[in-house]
Design a binder for this molecule. Sequence first.
Ligand code: 6PG
Length: 461
Amino acid sequence: MNDHGFTVVAYNRTVTKVVEFLNNEAKGTRVIGASSLEDMVNKLKKPRKIMLLVKAGSAVDEFIDSLIPFLEKGDIIIDGGNSEYRDSNRRCQNLRDKGLLFIGTGVSGGEEGARYGPSLMPGGNEDAWPAVKDIFQTIAAKVGKDACCDWVGPEGAGHFVKMVHNGIEYGDMQLICEAFHLMKSALGLSHDRMSKVFDEWNKGELKSFLIEITSDILSAKDRDGTALVERILDSAGQKGTGKWTAISALEYGVPLTLIGEAVFARCLSSLKDERVIASKQIAGPESSRFNGEKKDFIEDIRQALYASKIVSYAQGFMLMRETAKELNWRLNFGSIALMWRGGCIIRSAFLGNIKEAYDKNPYLSNLLVDEFFKSEMQKCQESWRRVVSTAVLLGVPTPAFSSALAFFDGYRSADLPANLIQAQRDYFGAHTYERKDAPGVFVHTNWTGKGGTVSATSYTA
Ligand code: 6PG
């Protein structure tokens, strides 16, 4: 903000950090320091715009509570952390009752983005937007002339969209890890070769920040000249946003299978000790080496990654669509795709295609039925199936590639075996079912001849 000519007052609970900041990073800038909350509030122009960057959860509530006594009607509190969107719904309502305006904004881009141009996803009380719009859109990353920031929607909509961004980030990372695993275990490629493969991929449809950094990571060496990545413990951490995305999907009944698998893959990875013990006791297939043409299989993996990624984004947008419907939010999917096009962790060329799909049809029911994506999936299908079946035969786990393919096959099926589930439910619990020739009418069959005609009420949770 300072770089772009806005005056910033900096405050931290540990005031020595403010002093250090002013003497180092902020030296020679116009950033003003504050020694207390009251001092900070007094130094700000009205309506005050106060942006919190603190750990999600109770720390945000505590901060807001200690700020409130110093604020006046019309002042704006902006939460830029990774808050849970329902917390933001609540904070927005509570502050509105006090005459204060709340914005919960997603901020993505890591250290570099924060410093040189993040993707910003603000939502909350729309009355606050005119006061911060210029600041946010000026500092945000740009794609051409377009800022990767726009108003998302009411209450916690900004944090919700950021949460889905993070879920997709989990999915993208897991897909890349599966491609890496196949190239390492099934093809036995060196890290330098894999780095080159990712670098090549970064020139085409998969061009993205995460592919780019993966190429860099794979070429990095430890002190002894071997690949640094192999020195890193294979136990993935997580701060919760991926899990929240999966929980929301369960709550709204959206089959967000790929992100769910990505979260569970991290959980499985963290069972390192158990896995080490199991690896000595449970054998897989005799060989995990692929015998065919390596070059062709690398291309198959690329296409499998691309197709799975399309499924992942289609699922992410399905979740946003359903949540928006449930909560009565009007989300603009084309503008969300643009916000993610630059600055953020999932930024990629591919988000430009998603934006185009929603620009063409803002009411698109699913990305998979958009003409462009439909034909991309057709092109990749064969390779994708080859990769998943080969991985299964070789015993290399590919939960995200596989579940994406299972979703794809399920979504394109007019008939699924759920008729049998309905029959089973009715058989053992008299839960009733709808007949194809009389939809909307729930009936019960006395399957054994011993049950009565009484049935359970029919409802879907
Ligand atoms: C971003 C990131 C960031 C996220 C980290 C850590 O958009 O800049 O999504 O907000 O907090 O990636 O996430 P995990 O610890 O859950 O991997």
